[in-house]
Ligand binder design. Structure first.
Ligand SMILES: Cc1cc2nc3c(=O)[nH]c(=O)nc-3n(C[C@H](O)[C@H](O)[C@H](O)COP(=O)(O)OP(=O)(O)OC[C@H]3O[C@@H](n4cnc5c(N)ncnc54)[C@H](O)[C@@H]3O)c2cc1C
Length: 375
């Protein structure tokens, strides 16, 4: 989304094109019966679709051309993630994009040159920040890296690491000599039992506990081109933006799914969508979605133009979580007794909303941060 000379807001040409292609792709590749089938699959995603994504160049969108990328920005990644969210798509696209952006922010030229071309070609990556204390403050780090000769030996455990099993390498936050640091951990450095799959509310996700005890990394795997606190803050905001985009897309399809039911289900001889007690909240859900989408694309614009836009990003995350939670909650209610069952898709959206809201700070947390930033 961009602001034109006459003050109106619209999508850029790149965004509009990607929106159309991504919407078609996600709808075709991720119909809801496939989403449900992949819940029972250990990997949680279709490798053939992942390869197609890579071939389409979507992993490369916001990576500079010198590292094998397309050289656009996160403003052009947002439409893709939004449409994936709309189709409840699983897989490591968001994790890999976040890892790429973390590496771009804090990595040395050598680190970027070593990892980004493969990533653009379809090698997944992930970030490991969260610890069992559950604090959303990314600088509260209890995992450590201790110098041992020329290397560093890691210790501690990360939790809620999305897509750790699929990733070829992880960006991991640690405390190194008393200060935050971010290190690259190639998957083959982890012990054989280092990953434990977690049961999480959103069954379309793959989340892991990752033990770092005894993992050895070289000094050249420490991100050193920018202060780690800045890299971590950037990763946090990129994550918030992409989660917001994903929830925004999810809200749209949740509303579509629900409205379709309101237009077909009859009670007391009338379509239930004709009752004010139902149609007014349905409109509230749509208004909240429109607000969220405006915030998401304003934040995408800030990221593209200014490199971050913390206020816009936090607003987007807060509003997208609020909109999706409300739409999904009403979806359950409006489906009546069926809404309480596993067969009703409303639960897929409600679970996604819980997950998206809880990662990288829920709506209340974002609004507290906004108060500090704005007042
Ligand atoms: C946990 C659970 C246990 C249950 N146990 C039993 C049981 O033991 N025995 C049994 O017989 N049934 C049971 N039910 C079914 C329950 O009685 C029905 O789900 C309930 O009466 C709603 O009917 P419905 O599912 O057909 O929804 P609908 O009547 O189709 O309602 C769908 C939506 O439309 C709204 N709506 C419908 N009519 C109007 C209106 N006139 N004005 C405004 N809004 C309206 C509803 O509020 C709801 O949001 C159970 C349901 C649940 C969730």
């Amino acid at each position: 989304m961009a602001f034109s000379n006459n003050g109106s807001i619209g999508f850029t040409d790149e965004q509009a094109e990607l929106l159309e292609i991504a919407q078609r792709f996600a709808r075709e590749k991720s119909p809801v019966d496939k989403v449900r089938a992949l819940i029972d699959d250990e990997t949680g995603h279709d490798p053939a679709v992942w390869h197609e994504l890579a071939e389409l160049g979507w992993l490369a969108i916001a990576v500079p051309e010198e590292f094998g990328g397309v050289g656009l920005s996160l403003a052009e990644v947002v439409p893709v993630v939004e449409q994936m969210g709309r189709a409840l798509m699983g897989g490591p696209f968001v994790s890999t994009t976040i890892a790429a952006q973390g590496l771009l922010q804090g990595g040395t030229e050598a680190q970027k040159a070593a990892l980004l071309p493969d990533l653009c070609a379809g090698v997944p990556a992930a970030v490991a920040l969260t610890e069992s204390h559950g604090d959303w403050d990314v600088t509260r780090i209890e995992c450590t890296a201790t110098r041992d000769g020329d290397d560093f030996v890691l210790s501690g455990t990360k939790v809620l690491v999305s897509d750790a099993a699929a990733a070829a390498w992880l960006l991991v936050s640690v405390t190194l000599e008393g200060a935050p640091a971010v290190v690259i951990v190639p998957k083959d450095r982890l012990g054989p039992d280092a990953l434990t799959r977690e049961v999480v509310i959103d069954e379309t996700r793959r989340s892991f506990k990752v033990s770092l005890d005894g993992v050895r990394v070289g000094a050249d795997q420490v991100l050193s081109a920018a202060p780690a606190t800045r890299t971590l803050a950037h990763i946090d905001l990129v994550s918030a933006l992409l989660l917001a985009a994903e929830m925004c897309g999810g809200t749209a399809s949740c509303i579509d799914y629900t409205v379709e039911y309101l237009k077909t289900r009859k009670q007391f001889g009338k379509l239930i969508g004709s009752y004010q007690a139902v149609k007014h909240p349905a409109v509230d859900a749509l208004v909240a979605y429109e607000q969220a989408r405006s915030h998401v694309y304003a934040a995408a614009h800030s990221f593209g133009e200014q490199g971050e836009g913390e206020i816009a990003t936090r607003m987007a995350k807060a509003q997208a979580a609020t909109a999706m939670s409300f739409a999904a909650d009403r979806a359950i209610q409006f489906h009546g007794g069926f809404g309480f069952t596993y067969d009703c898709d409303a639960q897929l959206y409600r679970r996604r909303a819980f997950w998206g809201d809880s990662r990288h700070g829920d709506a209340a947390y974002q609004r507290r941060k906004l108060a500090d930033l704005m007042f």
